[in-house]
Design a protein around this ligand. Structure first.
Ligand SMILES: *Cc1c(COP(=O)(O)O)cnc(C)c1O
Length: 456
């Protein structure tokens, strides 16, 4: 075993990055702008401001500023759980018998259990700075709602979370974490909004959907004085905040002269992947270095590998802006797989453009093989990974096994986005052999693509 590289590489507190990196500034082809569905024209700062905080609107629309200073209050909060460790997976390498060197950046070391806190704290900060009373949001599996409730309690903001009703009932523990941090959690659809009342009148027995919860949260934000809506993925601003992951990882690797050949992350809306890979893609875009970047998505929700690169709505309710992205169609409902955080029909516009331009690869994996990788990883590395994160583990293991065949000593870096303590129902399904893979047929996807908005 090499003795030079420690098991865990921690940056010192004063080495934590103090700026976020905006990869859009280095992109020759910028991501296509968000469009106002009513006018078909690019959304302006003015049109976005009733929904999002001003500073966040600026970050959303800025394709040119390369570095954004991280405000001191956010830097201070980051110190509660950052830097996150970069871990050399020596035990996994040994178990696989691979000459590959495997590293993972672990974002699960905070109470919310995932990377989502990196953006939640930034969004809460800007809302507080603007003098707002509170924010509204939706949550499916509950990771984002949990992160946001922590961030809001830190800044003394009111936090209203619309939680998809079936998750509200099936994941009572996440709900209680949010309430402990002071959030008001409402099962969606609810009677507190017009859109919720309308949906309930039409479908009294519905257990809700993310699209419906988004519609309720947006309505709640715009109809209450001093409230704005916040979102935990997909948006450019979220990807920007998440670059703290990649900047730290790169700084830690640079410290030891390590250069990854392959960088791997799971892709839901694209925020952790975009955050991890931005500094590496930046070097690629500037012609300074080359890396292989792989996005991993569930075969049940394959936006990159089987989606269309087209303008589409970001929500099922078709009230949110149009984004040009790899999409399965806003009306596509993925089967109930166990990686709730990877069930979004679309993808970050930044990553979509990078993928379209050949700067990234993508792979779709089935959930039983994902849980096999999760189990293998847990047993040797100790961490019980989130199902979402385990998608990246699957492909990291596959790449390491290829190295075993060829004898290549590649360096692999992957993002371990979170822990799976609230996903034990999924682990139970796997452990009792009751997990299956549902992959959408071509005809189901074609039907969904037919409903994509017709663009002029
Ligand atoms: C939400 C979530 C994801 C996926 O979201 P991205 O925006 O694609 O990063 C991945 N892993 C975990 C643990 C999550 O909570």
């Amino acid at each position: 075993m090499e003795n030079k590289i420690p098991y865990k590489i921690y940056l010192n507190e004063d080495e934590i990055p103090t700026q976020w990196y905006n990869v859009r500034a280095d992109m020759a082809t910028k991501p296509a702008p968000l469009l106002n569905p009513a006018t078909g024209l690019p959304l302006t700062q003015q049109e976005l401001e009733p929904i999002f905080c001003s500073e966040l609107c600026k970050q959303e629309l800025d394709n040119d500023t390369k570095w954004f200073d991280i405000p001191e209050e956010i830097q201070d909060f980051y110190k509660l759980y950052r830097p996150s460790p970069l871990v050399r997976a020596y035990f996994l390498e040994k178990a696989l018998g691979t000459p590959a060197k495997i590293y993972y950046k672990f974002e699960g070391n905070n109470t919310s259990g995932s990377h989502k806190l990196n953006s939640a704290i930034a969004q809460a900060y800007y809302a507080k700075k603007q003098g707002l009373k509170g924010v509204t949001t939706e949550t499916g599996a509950g990771q984002w709602g949990t992160a946001l409730s922590m961030a809001c309690s830190f800044f003394g903001l009111d936090c209203q979370v619309y939680m998809v009703k079936c998750s509200y009932e099936q994941k009572p523990f996440r709900r209680e974490v949010m309430r402990t941090y002071g959030a008001q959690v409402t099962p969606s659809p609810s009677l507190t909004t017009n859109v919720g009342r309308k949906i309930l009148a039409e479908h009294p027995d519905t257990t809700g959907s993310l699209g419906c919860a988004i519609s309720e949260a947006v309505e709640a934000a715009v109809s209450q004085e001093g409230y704005r809506y916040v979102l935990g993925s997909v948006l450019n601003q979220v990807l920007l905040h998440q670059t703290i992951i990649g900047l730290e990882a790169k700084a830690a690797m640079d410290k030891y002269g390590i250069k990854p050949d392959i960088v791997i992350g799971c892709a839901g809306g694209g925020s952790n992947l975009g955050g991890l890979v931005s500094p590496f893609i930046g070097e690629k875009l500037r012609g300074e270095n080359d890396y292989r970047v792989i996005a991993v998505e569930p075969a049940s929700c394959p936006s990159f590998t089987r989606g269309k690169f087209a303008y589409d709505f970001c929500d099922t309710g078709m009230i949110c802006p149009l984004a040009k992205m790899y999409t399965l169609g806003s009306q596509f409902i993925p089967s109930a797989n166990h990686a709730g955080g990877l069930r979004f029909h679309g993808m970050s516009t930044i990553l979509s453009q990078l993928y379209h331009d050949g700067l990234m690869e993508a792979r779709a994996v089935e959930q039983t093989e994902v849980f096999e990788a999760a189990t293998q990883f847990a047993r040797v590395e100790g961490v019980l990974p989130a199902p979402e994160s385990s998608h990246a583990i699957r492909v990291a293991i596959d790449e390491a096994l290829k190295c075993k065949e060829t004898g290549e000593e590649k360096t692999i870096l992957f993002g371990l986005t979170g822990t799976g303590y609230f996903d034990l129902y999924a682990y139970e399904k796997f452990n009792t052999g009751k997990m299956s893979d549902v992959i959408p047929s071509d005809s189901v996807l074609e039907e969904s693509f037919a409903k994509l908005p017709k663009m002029k």
